[in-house]
Design a protein around this ligand. Sequence first.
Ligand code: PLP
Length: 246
Amino acid sequence: MSEVETIADDKVRSIAENVARVKARIEQAARRAGRDPSEVRLVAASKMVDSARIRAALASGVDILGENYLQEARQKIGQLGAHAAEWHCIGALQRNKVRYIFDLFSMVHAVDRLELADEINRRGERLGRSMPVLLEVNLGGEATKSGFTPQALMDEVEQLAAMPQLQVCGLMTIPPPAPSPEAARPFFQELRDLRDRLTQRGMAGLAFHELSMGMTADFEVAIEEGATLVRVGTAIFGPRPAPRHA
Ligand SMILES: *Cc1c(COP(=O)(O)O)cnc(C)c1O
C-alpha cells in the first residue's frame, strides 16, 4: 500500500467548507421540493483528485466516491481502503474492463447499452455475484453521447430483466451542455417521467428508485426534479486540469 501524501491545512479546510456548503445546498433544494433530504445522496466525483484531497472530503462527511477510470480507482482504493467509502463507477465503461469492476465498485452508474449489460451479467454469473447498476439514458439525442435512447430502453428493458446478475436500481443521465441550470430541467423531468413509465410496467427483478442526475452546475435543479444521487466534483474539489483521456 502506498503512502497518501499530506496536504496543507488550508486545503483540507477549504474542502471541508465546500462539502458543508454542497450538503447545505442539497438539503435546501430537497426541502424546496418538499422532499426528505435523506433521499438524496452525494456522490463526490473524484476523478483526477489525489488521495490526500479525497481523504479530506471523507473526513468532512463524504461517504460515496464516484470514479471514472479503473486504473485510477484501483490506485486510490489501494491507498484509502475499500471500506473508506462506497466506491461507484460513474464513467463510461468498456466491455473488456468489466472483469475488474466487481472487485472495485459497489455500483455502476453508466450502463449505456445492452452489450455492456450482458457482459456484466455474464461476469456476475461466473463470480456468483450481482452488480447494482443504473442505466444511462441519452435524452438530448446527441450522437456523440452514449446511453440508451428512451425508446431503446422501453424496447430492450425486457432483455435487461432477463439478466439475473444485473441488479437494475434506476437511471442516470448527463444532459447536453446548457447555458443555465434551468435549461437542464426538462431533461431531468424527462428522466423522471421515463422512470415512472418503466416502474408502471412492473417488471420482476428491476427497480427504478434511483435517479443519478445533477452535477456541479445543476444539482439543485436535479434534486427538485427527483434526483436521488447527485454527482458533484468541482464544487467540492475545485476545477480539474484538462482531461488526459480526451
Ligand atoms: C466528472 C463527472 C461529474 C462531476 O462533474 P462536476 O461538474 O465537476 O461536478 C459528474 N458525473 C460524471 C459522469 C463525471 O464524469
